[in-house]
Design a protein around this ligand. Structure first.
Ligand code: 6CS
Ligand code: FE
Length: 308
């Protein structure tokens, strides 16, 4: 068991203080991962129990082979579109200038927009969060073969709390695989059960941090000792599976990915659903909010549409 420290800077206004002190601290999570209120939906009892206990679950065969092809074509089209490339919402690799991520993609692409409102997805998001939901962040991640760069260990919630003002852990992320996820091509690693511990990180947030953090995160990363401690307690798992499978994971799971030196690219669509009862406030540890294409400042409630 981890020793969870009490922290006098913890208050009703900021239950997850971070980036303030010199060292890191473990704080116990106060809210569930699966929220009551909408018990019925596509996720089974077992899936919900796993999500609560481990912080994630896998939805196999979310997309059919034909849908996977359609989304792969859409990803290709977007990455080659000069207008999209020049858009501030597109993040390119520092060295190669290859497209790394396209943010706000549920607005840029009608196809991805419809995916976020697809009942197979939206009903599950509502079921997990126990309320209506909206998109907090959406992106396509392209990880090319040979030169794909991963992300160091982090909790998304730590960033969303510090830099975007997300008050509570009431958001869930969906990563839809559009290529095979193997143990060797930079797949997402996750520490099961880590969602129960908030790792308050040292240091502050540099001005306009997002301009570099979306390529390489430096602020808000746990120390090696913190990761060692959590991994010793819980182990490390990896999301693998064919294109069309999907991973649902809690906003506070500690996760990361290695580089991809194989010839096999790894692309996914990443949608973050936030509860309408968890709208963003002022950032808790940054001088101003990030642009809305990284963190939506308006809760546009999602309604269902069927995809054809
Ligand atoms: O900034 C974000 O919103 C996301 N990107 C990174 C590199 N870390 C936190 C979160 O996953
Ligand atoms: Fe992340």
């Amino acid at each position: 068991m981890s020793v969870l420290e009490t922290d006098s800077s913890r208050s009703a206004l900021d239950r997850y203080p971070t980036r303030a002190a010199a060292g890191s601290r473990f704080l116990a999570r106060e809210e569930p991962a699966v929220w009551p209120g909408m018990p019925d939906g596509p996720a089974s009892k077992e899936e919900l129990a796993a999500h609560e206990e481990r912080g994630f679950h896998v939805q196999e065969e979310l997309l059919s082979a034909a849908e996977v092809r359609r989304f792969q074509e859409e990803l290709r089209r977007l990455s080659l579109d000069p207008e999209v490339r020049a858009d501030e919402r597109t993040v390119v690799e520092a060295k190669s200038s290859e497209v790394r991520s396209i943010f706000d993609v549920h607005r840029i692409s009608d196809l991805v927009g419809a995916l976020a409102r697809d009942p197979r997805i939206l009903r599950r998001a509502r079921q997990i969060l126990g309320s209506d939901v909206y998109i907090h962040q959406s992106r396509i991640n392209y990880m090319p073969g040979f030169e794909g760069n991963g992300f160091y260990w982090h909790s998304d919630f730590e960033t969303w709390h510090a830099e975007d003002g997300m008050p509570a852990m009431r958001a869930v992320s969906l990563s839809v695989a559009l290529t095979g996820n193997h143990p060797f091509n930079g797949g997402l690693m996750i520490i099961p059960g880590s969602h129960r511990t908030f790792v308050a990180c040292p240091g502050g947030t540099p001005e306009e941090n997002y301009k570099s953090s979306l390529r390489r995160q430096r602020a808000g990363v746990p120390g090696e000792e913190d990761i060692t401690r959590l991994a010793a307690e819980h182990g490390i798992e990896q999301f693998t599976g064919p294109a069309g499978s999907a991973l649902w994971f809690d906003s506070n799971c500690l996760h990361g990915s290695g580089n991809n030196i194989t010839p096999f690219p790894r692309s996914n669509i990443f949608l973050v659903f936030n509860s309408v009862h968890n709208e963003l406030a002022e950032p808790f540890a940054a001088s101003g909010p990030r642009p809305s294409f990284v963190a939506a400042r308006r809760a546009d409630v999602l309604t269902e549409t069927a995809t054809g």
